[in-house]
Design a protein around this ligand. Structure first.
Ligand code: DGP
Ligand code: NA
Ligand code: NA
Length: 212
């Protein structure tokens, strides 16, 4: 049986990732599974949740970085099993968020390459959909969590760009990463775009079968 595809929806906070991953999974039917990172329900995820929601819960930048990565490793095996059973796995965030949010911190030594190391060996996505949105009202409506402020999001945006320009091989990038501008589009319009790109990919492209 053909293995399922590993599909990732990425982007900054408030770009509609969670809505779009949920809608994509529903549209793929029984044959698809949603995995959201961070997965806050595990033990490691509980620490991540505290870090994000409680400003008094302090951890060194290196330590929380490793916990986010460990949270992906916790779920890696079960994701692999689902893919091998033929299920598509649709992720809401993954390694790119892992590297971009940590590297955006200006902490000494935490450059892109340092940040990438603990994720080395995780499965590489078959298809990444990177959502961008430049609506100015989105920039004012962030929530209360640790990273949700305009200045920090601007830094994260810069790091995402650097990752796609410097860390990814141009051949992989052109075949397996799609940038979708959702500015002024409705949820339904974005969903149709996401569906079209995904079904096109599922029909026409071989699995990546590489590791980060
Ligand atoms: P979400 O539940 O998708 O809103 O993610 C929570 C916040 O954590 C969001 O601001 C993005 C950030 N984030 C997600 N993954 C990682 C990661 O691996 N490392 C770091 N440093 N931040 C992350
Ligand atoms: Na968030
Ligand atoms: Na940094």
């Amino acid at each position: 049986m053909a293995r399922g595809k590993l599909i990732l929806i990425e982007g900054l906070d408030r770009t509609g990732k969670s809505t779009q991953t949920e809608k994509l999974v529903k549209s793929l039917g029984d044959n698809a599974l949603l995995v959201k990172f961070p997965e806050r329900s595990t033990q490691i995820g509980g620490l991540i949740d505290q870090y994000l929601t409680n400003p008094e819960f302090l951890l060194p930048d290196q330590a929380i970085h490793l916990l986010f990565s460990a949270n992906r490793w916790e779920i890696a095996e079960s994701m692999k099993r689902s893919l091998l059973k033929g299920q598509h796995v649709v992720m809401d965030r993954y390694v790119y968020s892992g590297v971009a949010y940590s590297a955006a911190k200006d902490t000494k030594g935490m450059d892109l390459n340092w940040c990438l190391q603990p994720d080395k060996g995780l499965l590489k996505p078959d298809l990444t959909l990177f959502l961008t949105n430049s609506d100015s009202e989105l920039r004012q409506g962030f929530g209360e969590e640790r990273y949700e402020c305009t200045d920090f999001q601007d830094k994260v945006r810069g790091q995402f760009a650097a990752i796609f320009d410097t860390l990814e091989d141009p051949d992989y990038k052109s075949k397996h990463i799609k940038f979708l501008d959702t500015t002024h589009k409705t949820i339904e319009e974005v969903h149709q775009l996401v569906r079209a790109v995904t079904s096109d990919y599922i029909q026409g492209h071989a699995d990546v079968n590489e590791f980060i």
